[in-house]
Write a protein that binds this ligand. Structure first.
Ligand SMILES: O=C1O[C@H](COP(=O)(O)O)[C@@H](O)[C@H](O)[C@H]1O
Length: 258
C-alpha cells in the first residue's frame, strides 16, 4: 500500500531541529485555541517526548505562551506512585510542567491513591470520569459524532515496536471502542500496569503530532517504514488520524528506511 493520505511528515536532520519545530507547532496552536476559545487542551505522552519539548522552556515561547490557559492530560500513564521514576506524570512535572505557569488544578493526573496501589482498572475508570466531568463543565468539547472528547493537541511518541500511548501490537486494547480510557496489566514494555486513551479518543483530537527520534534500535526505522510504505495496521501507531491534522516529526535515523 502507498503512503496513507492522512499522514503528513517532516524529517529533521537533528533532534534539536525537531524540538524547535515542535515548539513552534505547539506555540502556534496554543495561540490559536487560546484566542478562539480562551483555553488550550494539551495531551502529553511519556518517553522521550518530554525532553523534546524543552524548546518551549526557552525564549520566545516561555514568556509568550499563555500557560494559565493550558489544561494538561496524559494519553497514557503507568500505574505507579507519583514519585516513581516510571511515572509519566513525574517525568512531565520534573522536566516541563514545574517550569511553566500552568495552574495545578489544570493538570489532570491519574488518581494518586489507586495509582500507588497499582489498581489499573480503577485508575482508568476514574480518569474517564474526570474527562466526562470536564466535558460537562465545557472545558473539553465532544467531537462531531458526540461520542468522544476532542482535545486540541496531542503530543505523542511511538515505541520501536510501533506502540503508541499504551496500545501495543497484538494486545486487545486497540479494539476498545466503548470506553474513553482503558487499562492493561500485561504491558510488554515495563511497567506492566498502565492506563491509556482508547484509539477513538486518540483519533478524535483536532491535531495529533507524533514525534519519533533519538532511538538507536533498528526496530524503530523498520516500524516507520512499515507504517509509511506499507500502512501495516498491525502496528497501533499506523492507526493514528486526527480531525484536522496528523503530523509526524521524524529525525533522520527514524526515517532511514523511507
Ligand atoms: O511507554 C511509553 O512509551 C511510548 C514511547 O516512548 P519512547 O520512550 O519510545 O519515546 C510513550 O509515548 C508512552 O507515553 C509511554 O508510556
Amino acid at each position: 500500500m502507498t503512503e496513507a493520505w492522512h499522514r503528513k511528515k517532516h524529517v529533521f536532520p537533528t533532534k534539536d531541529e525537531l524540538s524547535v519545530a515542535m515548539a513552534k507547532y505547539t506555540a502556534h496552536l496554543s495561540e490559536k485555541f487560546c484566542k478562539e476559545k480562551g483555553l488550550f487542551t494539551v495531551v502529553l505522552s511519556g518517553g522521550g517526548l518530554i525532553d523534546w519539548l524543552c524548546k518551549l522552556l526557552e525564549p520566545p515561547y516561555k514568556d509568550s505562551i499563555e500557560w494559565s490557559k493550558w489544561h494538561v492530560f496524559w494519553v497514557d500513564e503507568r500505574v505507579c506512585a507519583y514519585e516513581d521514576p516510571d511515572s509519566n506524570y513525574k517525568l512531565a512535572m520534573d522536566g516541563f510542567l514545574s517550569k511553566v505557569g500552568i495552574p495545578n488544578e489544570n493538570i489532570y493526573a491519574i488518581d494518586k491513591h489507586y495509582a500507588a496501589d497499582g489498581n489499573a482498572e480503577h485508575c482508568a475508570a476514574l480518569y474517564e470520569e474526570c474527562l466526562r466531568n470536564l466535558v460537562k463543565q465545557g472545558i473539553i468539547p465532544l467531537c462531531p459524532n458526540g461520542k468522544y472528547p476532542q482535545f486540541d493537541l496531542q503530543l505523542l511518541g511511538m515505541g520501536p515496536d510501533g506502540h503508541m500511548a499504551s496500545l501495543f501490537p497484538g494486545h486487545p486494547q486497540i479494539n476498545v471502542k466503548d470506553k474513553w480510557v482503558t487499562h492493561i496489566t500485561d504491558s510488554p514494555k515495563l511497567p506492566p500496569r498502565r492506563i491509556t486513551f482508547t484509539l477513538p479518543v486518540i483519533n478524535s483530537a483536532s491535531y495529533n503530532l507524533m514525534a519519533v527520534c533519538d532511538d538507536h534500535t533498528e526496530l524503530c526505522p523498520r516500524s516507520i517504514a512499515d507504517i509509511f510504505k506499507y500502512n501495516n495496521l498491525a502496528l497501533p501507531a499506523a492507526h493514528l488520524t486526527a480531525h484536522v491534522e496528523t503530523m509526524w516529526y521524524l529525525d533522520k535515523a527514524a526515517a532511514a528506511l523511507l
